[in-house]
Design a protein around this ligand. Structure first.
Ligand code: MAN
Length: 344
């Protein structure tokens, strides 16, 4: 694996806020795709109001309008120990609100905003009131499908949209109810059916494992099967979740996933699924492919995180785009054959 020398390739200062009065707190976890002869990223942009001393303020979307919650830090009903989540008067909120933003590039390294007509894409309706995040982009039957995390007071769920031109979108609403995220679609049908990886969370019995589901129409998903567990005492002991669409190789479907340990360190690994029956996991990385190491990965809004949900494949080489420390966007090059050779 080789990190781009130019890392980080995108930082909050590169992107103007989409909403008036907000600042861009972080850029995270982009989906990646080719379109119009260029490489595109669909970034998650997390915004919040300028923070005043002694106060905590954050945006919430209600009935299509953005409202600002503003709380005194000494309020005994406030718990703000996690930089990402706030608990106030028995309800949970996010400290930032995310939307999705497009950037494009000729060389895959230097990205710029494409201009008029392309986004930003905001959450809408009662299941996206705290924003939309971590969007995967899959190309299926010539259309782009977006699967993303939809966050609201009702929980964290998986929403879906499709588009042909990145200017107009069909919104399907939630394809999976809470608590679920990390949904990656297979780009080809298997036995005539569509498949997805997804990650329900179970805090008490069970855990944060990767599941497989199938569908006839891309909207109704069933035959759910749990295919990848966390591994006690290892780098992926606490949570695992799919990255972007599985890569079809001659050995099977290769998936790059993230694993977190009990200290919330996020690293990347891979596993291989049977070509004709992806519920069979044939091999898996015992050691991570990539761990947070550089200063931009270990320090930031939420340090010690490398998280991917987008890549561009060019023969054996894949460029993995990833979010570092929930702050900035980076890239690294991998060889598919080397990943395959390292699986056990
Ligand atoms: C976790 C983190 C946050 C994210 C929420 C909701 O707390 O990944 O960054 O905003 O989940 O998805």
């Amino acid at each position: 694996m080789e990190r781009f020398q130019q890392n980080p390739i995108l930082s909050p200062a590169d992107i103007p806020p989409a909403l008036e009065g907000m600042t861009v707190e972080s850029l995270l976890n982009p989906g990646a795709f080719r379109f119009d002869g260029k490489t595109w990223l669909l970034m998650r942009v997390a915004e919040r109001p300028e923070q005043k001393p002694g106060r905590i303020s954050f945006p919430v979307q209600r009935d299509g309008k953005v409202e600002i919650m503003d709380i005194d830090v000494s309020d005994p009903e406030l718990d703000a120990r996690d930089p990402r989540v706030i608990s106030y008067k028995g309800s949970d909120y996010l400290t930032t609100m995310s939307h999705l933003r497009l950037v494009c590039s000729e060389d895959g390294i230097h990205f710029y905003e494409p201009g008029e007509g392309y986004g930003p894409i905001f959450g809408s309706g009662e299941y996206e009131g705290y924003g939309i995040e971590d969007c995967r982009v899959a190309v299926i039957d010539g259309l782009f499908y977006l699967t993303y995390t939809a966050v609201s007071r009702n929980g964290v769920a998986v929403g879906m949209m499709s588009t042909a031109d990145w200017k107009s979108f069909r919104r399907y609403g939630l394809v999976l109810p809470p608590h679920n995220k990390d949904c990656a679609l297979f780009e080809e049908r298997i036995g005539g059916k569509y498949f997805m990886l997804h990650r329900p969370s179970s805090p008490e019995i069970g855990g944060n494992y990767i599941w497989l589901a199938e569908s006839e129409d891309m909207q109704h998903w069933g035959n759910h099967r749990c295919i990848l567990h966390t591994r006690p005492g290892r780098w992926d002991e606490a949570r695992v979740g799919a990255g972007a669409s599985p890569i079809l190789t001659d050995k099977g479907w290769l998936e790059i996933y993230h694993g977190a340990d009990r200290n919330h360190r996020y690293a990347l690994g891979a596993f291989l699924m049977d070509k004709d029956d992806p519920s069979k996991v044939l091999a898996r990385s015992s050691e991570p492919l990539m761990v947070p190491e550089t200063p931009y990965e270990t320090g930031g809004f939420f340090g010690n995180v490398v998280f991917t949900n987008g890549y561009i494949k060019d023969g054996d080489r894949i460029t993995v785009y990833y979010g570092a420390a929930d702050s900035v966007i980076c890239g690294a090059a991998f060889s598919v054959n080397e990943i395959l050779a390292g699986l056990e």
